[in-house]
Design a protein around this ligand. Sequence first.
Ligand code: NAD
Ligand code: AKB
Length: 318
Amino acid sequence: MIITKILVTGAGGQIGSELTCALRAIYGNNNVLATDLSESAYEKIAAKGPFEILDIMQPERLTEIVRAFKPDAIFHLAAILSAVGEEKPNLAWSINTNGSINVYDVARDNGVKRIFAPSSMAVFGPTTPRSNTPQDTVLQPTTVYGMTKVIDELIGKYYIKRYGMDIRGVRYPGIISNVTLPGGGTTDYAVQIYYDAVKYGRYECFLKEDTMLPMMYMPDCLKGTLDLFHASRERLIHNTDFNLSAFSVTPADIVSSIRKFLPSFEIIYKPDFRQDIADSWPDSIDDSCARTEWDWEPSYDLDAMTQDMLRVIGERMK
Ligand code: NAD
Ligand code: AKB
């Protein structure tokens, strides 16, 4: 299948702002249309290629944009994440489920050949095996965000079966990056800690020091996303729901890693409502299906990531 033109929803977010640039490097700036709700996304990525303001809750506007641009593929990243989802459950419910259906319907009706739509480790809950969480296991999340992500995985499978569509997705762990700040999740601490380490030499953490969660550095997130997107469909047994992992860490592990480079870094722990969310998620994930079906292999461990994060953020703050 030849893909030449791509549309990205939620392109101004933590992942979209970097994935859009990675896609433009492969497919050409003018062949990747970035879309998002606001002008701030426009400032970040528009200069390097086309941009349209798009609310995925407006299917007529989505249809208009898709008919004009004629993408072969859509990366559907627009969503409300876990912490904001608990504060605004109806919004999360609506955007993460009805918004996805809008995107899949417009794609189906306008000849879009492939969709990449990320899921999350938030599909798991307290009744799932917590360590080395298997690929095919109990999905009983206790957050609105997690529920919507389970439903998204199932909607994708339904559209694959009923309409023959090609829809793929991974259950990302917490993504750590240094270009765009995260948009309201529970793993956001693992990004902010690096910014505050460089800027203030101290950080107030909203999770307890021993809260173990799976995490991944953005270069691996981009690599995994693109590798699954480009994988041969014949090899894939799973589709919308691949477990994906790189390493598992606690806040205390990140503090130790930062102190290897900034020995005077200080931390205080003040857990808030996000602790309950984190406690419902796995501490490690078995991603062997991704490794077998499309050769997934992460590159970064904690210290390699810390060194790079501190270097990039430090250079930017000079
Ligand atoms: P983000 O919050 O940083 O970005 C989401 C973007 O969607 C924002 O730019 C926002 O403006 C946009 N958006 C929200 N509502 C919209 C609407 N109605 N119409 C159009 N755009 C809208 O999120 P992200 O971290 O970049 O996540 C991208 C995808 O990856 C999401 O599906 C998320 O669930 C998933 N994911 C992310 C992580 C992570 O750690 N970042 C982990 C697991 C899964
Ligand atoms: C969040 O914390 O909500 C996200 C995720 C793991 O899906 N980073």
